[in-house]
Ligand binder design. Structure first.
Ligand code: E4P
Length: 221
């Protein structure tokens, strides 16, 4: 599967890329804004620290289809292999179709419904990003959305992949992966929660105590 980090935090990407097989990094306008840096410098720095075969995603901010296409072309000048995120609206679908005709890979984003995401796949998007936590927060069922979308894509648009997004808890991430999700993007803070169980530290402290009590030094040889 493809595991992405949803962030513009270069230090967090470096830290987690050292321990996880990160396929790349996804961003959105809110994430980039939090860095308070120009988009081009954020993207260039991310490219410089990721392995060469990684995939980077950035989102258009225009609302008009023609302007979205222009922004997509500009983003691809900064990072030629970039996958362009386009919100799945009427204009977004027009832009996805136009970009597909130019062989520019897209991700249909801001997906809150299976039918909405399915339209993006029909328009040619390579990835579709259902917003799991945001759907849950509205009282919906984010994992059900992922499952429905996966089923629709496997039946009718096998060339498109679900790239599940928007997580607040490790449980949501696990449920998504258990549903067979092919790709997922996770905020670094949520990704690190899998490694932050205090019981792990306490188990390791106990090993250290037992060893030093018996052998004096914390050394195997
Ligand atoms: C991905 O496409 C989205 O931009 C992102 O995952 C949204 O996540 P959030 O709900 O945590 O803002």
């Amino acid at each position: 599967m493809e595991f992405y980090l949803d962030t513009a935090d270069v230090a967090a990407v470096k830290r987690l890329a050292a321990v996880l097989p990160i396929k790349g990094v996804t961003t959105n306008p809110s994430i980039v804004s939090r860095s308070k840096r120009p988009l081009s410098s954020v993207l260039e720095e991310l490219v410089s620290i990721l392995p060469a075969d990684s995939t980077l995603f950035a989102q258009v901010i225009a609302h008009d289809a023609a302007a979205m296409v222009d922004e997509a072309l500009h983003l691809r000048e900064i990072v030629p292999s970039l996958v362009v995120k386009v919100p799945v609206t009427h204009n977004g679908l027009t832009a996805i179709k136009a970009l597909t005709q130019q062989n520019i890979p897209t991700l249909g984003t801001a997906v809150y419904g299976a039918g909405q995401g399915f339209y993006a796949a029909l328009a040619g998007a390579s990835y579709i990003a259902p917003y799991v936590n945001r759907v849950d927060a509205q009282g919906g069922d984010g994992i059900m959305l992922v499952k429905e979308l996966q089923r629709l894509l496997s039946l009718h648009c096998p060339q498109s992949k679900v790239l599940a997004a928007s997580f607040r808890t490790p449980r949501q991430v696990l449920d998504c992966m258990l549903a067979g999700c092919e790709s997922i993007t996770v905020d670094p803070d949520v990704a690190e929660l899998f490694l932050l169980d205090p019981a792990v530290d306490s188990a390791l402290q106990r090993f250290d105590q037992d060893w030093t009590a018996a052998y004096g030094e914390l050394k195997i040889y």
